[in-house]
Write a new protein. Structure first.
Length: 174
């Protein structure tokens, strides 16, 4: 692996791990602002490193322009998402800040991670075939299970949020 790929994978793995902690620290009845801020800044730093290092990774196996594939469109999207999140924070719009950061986490970390794990991509081949010893077909099945589990968690979370947002009716009449 080239140094750019190593840096990219390390920063992306760190961002995937730290993102949920930063998001969780501001949820629920007990707020943890120091934890949120510390993990949030660390996550943003890792996202910037991930995006910048991606510019030095070129792939020739997929359709590309000068080595840049469609997944490289996540680089400007990441910087734009970070800009929008911090602009919202500067305006004091916490709801927009949170929404932008969640979108950025799910889009740039989860979705990009899923694309990176496709069995025909270099990282996917390394994980599924070289490390886990699966065949190409088994790798597709395993990836399908992983994506199904992630989708189930996402749907469950969305349902909980929707139920919390729904107004409750009082059973007593006055």
């Amino acid at each position: 692996m080239s140094p750019a790929v190593t840096i990219h994978l390390a920063a992306a793995a760190g961002a995937i791990a730290l993102g949920p902690v930063a998001l969780w620290a501001r949820q629920g009845a007990q707020q943890r602002p120091r934890l949120h801020r510390a993990f949030g800044y660390a996550w943003v730093t890792l996202m910037v490193i991930t995006a910048l290092s991606a510019l030095f990774i070129h792939e020739s196996g997929l359709p590309n322009i000068a080595g840049y594939t469609p997944i490289h469109l996540l680089v400007p999207a990441t910087f734009f998402g970070l800009y929008r999140a911090f602009a919202a924070l500067a305006r004091g719009d916490i709801r927009a800040h949170r929404a932008n950061m969640e979108r950025l986490y799910y889009g740039a970390c989860v979705t990009a991670g899923a694309f990176a794990l496709l069995p025909f991509r270099a990282f996917g081949h390394m994980v599924w075939v070289q490390t886990l010893g699966l065949s190409q077909g088994q790798a597709w099945v395993a990836l399908g299970f992983v994506l199904t589990a992630v989708a189930a968690i996402w749907v469950r979370r969305a349902a909980r949020v929707a139920l919390r947002a729904r107004p409750t009716r009082s059973l007593t009449t006055s």
